[in-house]
Ligand binder design. Structure first.
Ligand code: C2E
Ligand code: CA
Ligand code: CA
Length: 651
């Protein structure tokens, strides 16, 4: 049992010192896992030194046939110390994995208690072995001998290691596929190594060496500090932020965040290369690094400054604002590049409780829902939370509507002044009220659906609902000539809009001439090329178009000439202004518009007609169609059918 060889320990020591050096040079996230990893390396180093010492001593004495160099107590002490450290190390490994895979507020659980008992038994067996000789002992020549329970030295760490590995492999959120493959490979190497040593190479201590090699591999793969670094600025990256926030929240450690969402750079004449942009970011981060007791994180155009305490962000906001306003000097540019950013600050604990909440606040903020002015710190207050909550409730309602086809279409009849009957109607979407947040106006939920990229799914359901109704109730039979359908800006942008609409209209066997699409001016401006192409195809197919909300924006003639609109809808506002008490100049917009539209031969719909006086005056001006509460509010399908039965004589 003697003649140990300590070459492997020497090699281990070399590797471990190397990792320790690297660990201390590289910037590390200030999280418990990193501390555990660090102390794991230190203990491993200590273990190898003690082990090498102990093995060499035993070796020396047995070669020199029992000649004592040190007292037998030292041998006992060194061996016991080795095995104690060995167990502490596997326990550290387990803690490391547990922290990495733990959910917020997760309790220890049964495996923890079982493993703790095993560990206690192990320590008792090791510490009592000088008396019991169950694990190991030294014979008369001072040679190391196995006791009957010697295998405990291998079995206990194996149980701990196995449990830690299983925990990692079962983790769904935090460990990716590649990381799990590494874990399996490392575990396999260690198991095979242990078996090899026990069976074939009792004189070499290769297990510790293998562990060292694996630790080195872990350092460069699973635990690499580079993984959390943003190469451009040497700040930490978004992954690092998530790990850090997660740990802070899990351990209830307070922090505050100063968040910068960079929107623009000023003082740039023409051309600002990606290189320059990197330069600005890296210089800005260098300034931010100077703020004491903080960590800086970068995620593209977003910077997060994390303070180790609450309310700290507010103490440094003026300084940061100053840096943004003064700008960053860039080589080759005369003036410093000024930075335009939205700034937000918030604390934990306080306004946020989970990582999801953290992310949803940032998301809500950067979508431009809340900021009031640039380069001025905003706080998360009651108003912020209420607005955010409303936004999220509406989003949930939209998602639910998409899931359950839960939209309802209301129809607002449109009166033909020439034929004195209702020739068309505008389809207006309603979200079905699910007793949660009550009625939500399309004016509120359509923009949210657009921001959340849910609009196309929603629009699809809306169009399908309209087509189904048109087909099912045979609306033409009631004297209707067409239905007006609103198209959002996003829809106008779809290159396959024509294919989508075409296939839907065909599926429900509707005459294409029965659909008139309403497009607002802003959608037209934003997507002109693509829209014209779509419009042309749909026109060739037989559908028609109306320009919606005319007079609400910067209406100009150009669109009417450029786009093939057959109908123009005068916005409620200019109708109301005309009939209101306002000044004469503004009032003249309506008659001027009507005359001009007559001249270019488009038909006119006036929206928002609420009184008889308004109706008569608009008829006198020669407006062909009227829509508004005077005739009817938007009404449900059933009410709409009743309405047509009552008013349209041709049934
Ligand atoms: P819009 O296209 O201008 O629709 C007309 C809006 O004016 C409707 O509001 C209608 O209820 C309201 N209105 C009509 N006559 C009167 C009146 O005499 N007095 C007053 N005070 N209001 C009147 P609604 O239904 O709340 O829709 C608001 C906006 O939501 C619509 O404005 C439209 O831009 C959008 N929208 C509605 N349905 C859809 C849809 O299916 N798709 C898309 N993309 N947008 C839709
Ligand atoms: Ca409309
Ligand atoms: Ca309108």
């Amino acid at each position: 049992m003697s003649n140990y060889n300590a070459y492997f320990e020497i090699a281990s020591i070399f590797f471990l010192v190397l990792i320790l050096l690297l660990v201390s040079i590289k910037r590390q996230l200030d999280i418990v896992q990193n501390k555990i990893f660090y102390w794991g390396i230190v203990l491993m180093l200590f273990l190898n030194i003690v082990d090498a010492l102990s093995a060499n001593l035993i070796n020396y004495e047995s070669i020199h046939s029992g000649q004592k160099v040190v007292s037998i107590y030292i041998h006992w002490g060194l061996s016991i110390l080795t095995f104690l450290i060995q167990q502490i190390l596997v326990q550290l490994f387990l803690v490391y994995v547990t922290i990495a895979t733990r959910d917020i507020g997760e309790k220890a659980g049964l495996p923890f208690y079982i493993l703790s008992c095993i560990s206690i038994v192990y320590y008792i067996l090791i510490l009592s072995t000088p008396f019991t000789k169950w694990i190991f002992f030294f014979d008369e020549q001072g040679a190391y001998q196995y006791g009957p329970l010697h295998s405990v030295l291998h079995i206990t760490p194996a149980i701990f290691g196995l449990y830690a590995c299983i925990r990692m492999l079962l983790d769904k959120k935090r460990f990716g596929r590649m990381q799990k493959i590494y874990v399996v490979i490392f575990a396999a190497i260690l198991t095979i190594g242990t078996l090899l040593q026990v069976i074939f190479l009792p004189n070499y201590l290769i297990i510790y060496f293998l562990v060292t090699i694996i630790l080195t591999a872990v350092f460069f793969t699973l635990h690499s500090p580079d993984y959390y670094l943003d190469k451009t600025t040497m700040a930490f990256n978004h992954e690092g932020l998530m790990v850090m926030i997660n740990e802070r929240i899990t351990r209830s450690k307070p922090f505050s965040v100063l968040f910068l969402s960079i929107c623009d750079f000023e003082n740039i004449k023409d051309g600002f290369s990606a290189e320059n942009k990197k330069h600005v970011y890296s210089r800005l981060c260098q300034k931010l690094f100077k703020i004491p007791k903080t960590d800086v994180f970068r995620e593209e155009d977003r910077l997060y400054i994390l303070f180790n305490d609450t309310s700290k962000a507010e103490k440094y906001d003026k300084m940061v604002e100053g840096w943004l306003k003064d700008g960053i000097k860039v080589e080759g540019m005369h003036e410093p590049v000024k930075i335009v950013a939205e700034m937000l600050s918030f604390d934990f604990p306080g306004r946020i409780h989970t990582v999801e909440e953290f992310n949803s606040i940032i998301k809500y903020f950067v979508m431009g829902n809340y900021y009031k002015s640039y380069n001025v710190l905003q706080f998360i207050n009651e108003e912020f939370f209420q607005k955010k909550k409303r936004y999220e409730d509406v989003r949930r309602l939209i998602e639910e509507a998409i899931r359950t086809d839960g939209v309802e279409i209301f129809y607002q009849p449109i009166y033909s002044t020439q034929k004195d009957t209702f020739l068309s109607a505008e389809a207006l979407v309603r979200l079905k009220d699910r007793q949660t947040i009550g009625f939500v106006s399309p004016e509120e939920f359509i923009p949210i659906a657009e921001k959340e990229h849910l609009i196309l799914q929603l629009e699809n359901i809306i169009l399908r609902e309209i087509c189904r109704f048109v087909k099912q109730e045979r609306l033409q039979d009631y004297g209707l000539e067409y239905i007006e359908v609103n198209l959002s800006g996003n829809q106008c942008m779809q290159t396959d809009l024509y294919e989508q609409l075409h296939s839907l209209i065909e599926e429900y066997e509707i005459s294409p001439g029965f659909i008139n699409f309403e497009v607002t001016e802003t959608s037209a401006i934003d997507n002109s090329e693509c829209l014209i192409q779509n419009m042309q195809q749909l026109l060739d197919y037989g559908a028609s178009f109306a320009l919606d909300d005319y007079g609400s924006g910067c209406s100009n003639l150009q669109y009417l000439v450029e786009f093939p609109f057959e109908i123009v809808k005068l916005d409620k506002e200019i109708v109301w202004t005309y009939f209101g008490k306002g000044n004469q100049k503004v009032k003249s917009v309506l008659p001027l518009s009507v005359n001009m539209l007559h001249d270019i031969d488009v038909r006119i719909v006036a929206e928002g007609v609420e009184t008889e006086e308004q109706k008569d005056e608009l008829i006198r001006m020669g407006v062909q169609y009227l829509q508004g509460y005077y005739f009817s509010k938007p009404i449900s399908e059933q009410e709409f059918i009743q309405f047509l039965k009552k008013h349209n004589s041709c049934v």
